[in-house]
Design a protein around this ligand. Structure first.
Ligand code: HEC
Ligand SMILES: [Cu+2]
Length: 329
């Protein structure tokens, strides 16, 4: 997408150098206030700097003209330059406050999705218990996000919806939006939260009306529809394992899963272990029980978050990444 000067100049244009096109019910309100403030700043900047520049030149000290303070002040001028900006500030306050209330107060009939942020991925839990790392929503329906963090402060930001809200550990914050255009939109973390902050992104998929429910049903029973290896691969993506474990042999925050199954590894306590089903299961449920040499014990526990069949699927998937493994991929 290329931008021309017109995108900047046109008041509240569809495209701009500041934001992607607005695609939520409240975006237009945010945009118009933003452009109003922007134009007030531009106009006042020109007027103030213009008059100042003119006076600097017109009344400068030069041969025949002596610099001296003016004899008196000008009441009319001073009242004018106080009252006019005062009115603008009042308008901006009122407009901003009303828009703020709209952004804070989700409609009663909102569809609620739980959001959990952790270094460095997002997980979204739907009312039927389905967990995903992508935010799926129906079009033209208000969606309320109830958000919390398991570690540090993160912030959820969907530029296309003009939605931004901090996500804090130990408490719940919320925000809402109503997407009005079907499509995929980027979702960021916009609070600097550590090494991989810039990779803490996901997307929002806005489904056409009627299709969201079908997607949710399919997504939730993927374990029944797929082989364990396929389901394991999906869980590896959705549950954020991919953020720390590669499948191409490269080490990330955690060890790679490529050829891990069946390999011998040394642990911090000096012993060695063969990576088998039991060790993988233990690593998922009690990551700190056995820590690999060369890695920090930063893996979060998935105790209570993954069902047995999900753990089995993950084991099957990790197995399938090793040559000569016992399962057929
Ligand atoms: C925040 C990063 C992070 C996430 C997310 C994460 N892990 Fe880990 N994982 C690690 C680190 C670091 C280690 C090595 C230290 C240790 O053993 O605790 C590890 C170790 C492991 C091991 C032992 C591997 C070996 O070769 O010794 C397994 C198996 C494992 N993780 C599976 C998973 C699965 C499955 C998921 C997703 C459900 C996951 N991890 C999510 C960081 C992570
Ligand atoms: Cu973050």
């Amino acid at each position: 997408m290329t931008f021309s000067i017109m995108d900047f100049v046109i008041f509240g244009s569809e495209r701009s150098m500041f934001f992607p096109p607005p695609t939520s019910s409240t975006a237009a309100e945010v945009d118009s206030l933003f452009y109003f403030i922007l134009w007030v700043c531009i106009v006042f900047f020109i007027v103030i700097v213009g008059v100042m520049g003119y006076c600097l030149i017109r009344y400068r000290e030069r041969p025949g003209v002596k610099a001296e303070p003016s004899a008196s002040h000008n009441n009319i001028l001073e009242v004018t330059w106080t009252v006019i900006p005062g009115i603008f500030v009042g308008v901006i306050f009122y407009w901003g406050f009303v828009a703020f209330l709209d952004l804070r107060q989700s409609p009663d009939e909102s569809y609620e999705i739980q959001v959990e942020a952790k270094m460095w991925n997002w997980s979204f839990t739907y009312p039927n218990g389905h967990v995903d790392n992508v935010l799926h929503v129906p079009v033209d329906k208000p969606v309320r996000l109830v958000m919390t963090s398991v570690d540090v402060i993160h912030s959820l930001y969907v530029p296309a919806f003009r939605v931004k809200m901090d996500v804090l550990p130990g408490r719940y914050s919320h925000t809402w939006f109503e997407a009005n255009t079907v499509g995929d939109y980027t979702l960021f973390c916009t609070e600097y939260c550590g090494t991989k902050h810039s990779e803490m992104l996901s997307k929002v998929v806005v489904h056409p009306s009627g299709e969201f429910e079908k997607w949710l049903e399919d997504a939730a029973n993927f374990l029944e529809r797929m082989t364990p290896v396929e389901a394991g691969e999906i869980l590896y993506q959705r549950r954020g394992c991919a953020q720390c474990h590669s499948i191409d042999g490269s080490a990330k925050v955690g060890p790679t899963f490529l050829d891990a199954f069946g390999s011998e590894q040394s642990l911090m306590d000096g012993s060695t272990i063969t990576v088998d089903e039991n060790y993988i299961r233990e690593s998922i449920l009690e990551p700190q029980a056995k820590v690999r040499v060369g890695y920090r014990p930063v893996m979060p526990t998935y105790q209570g978050q993954l069902k047995d069949e999900e753990i089995n699927a993950l084991i099957a998937y990790i197995k399938s990444l090793s040559e000569g493994s016992q399962v057929n991929p």
